[in-house]
Write a protein that binds this ligand. Structure first.
Ligand code: FES
Length: 134
């Protein structure tokens, strides 16, 4: 049912854990299966230099989390934003159709972390310009 790569990524996931000083955090959940995923990114010069995840979910959710962190590490934010659930599933040599939503969670968590990073940057810029004008 699962490809060899899915089983490898599930039994030996990469980048598990928390980034205490994360620049962006994305959290998503699937109300149907109850799985939850949290993605942390560290960004330098527009590039993801570190990434970690915490996933409470099925084997496919853990495997896709691991794979997306491998795919996103070292990429620019623009490149990382373009990673789709199909990219993740293909890198794992496919997922059973019933498990495709798990890869959706991984892509959504990454995109939300990037969104969170951008929001925080905008807020920082705003505070700086307000400070200047006071
Ligand atoms: Fe829901 Fe895998 S069964 S994320």
């Amino acid at each position: 049912m699962y490809s060899k790569r899915v089983i490898e990524a599930f039994t030996n996931p990469h980048n598990v854990g928390v980034l205490e000083d994360a620049d962006g955090i994305g959290e998503v959940g699937n109300p149907v299966c109850g799985d939850i995923m949290k993605m942390y990114i560290k960004v330098r010069d527009g590039r993801i230099v570190d990434i970690k995840f915490q996933t409470f979910g099925c084997a496919a959710a853990i495997a896709t989390s691991s794979m997306i962190t491998d795919l996103a590490k070292g990429k620019t934010l623009e490149e990382a934003e373009k990673i789709t659930r199909n990219d993740v599933a293909e890198s794992l040599d496919g997922l059973p159709p019933i498990k495709m939503h798990c890869s959706n969670l991984a892509a959504d968590a990454l995109h939300k972390a990037i969104e969170d990073y951008r929001k925080k940057q905008t807020e920082k810029r705003l505070v700086k310009s307000l400070d200047k004008n006071i």
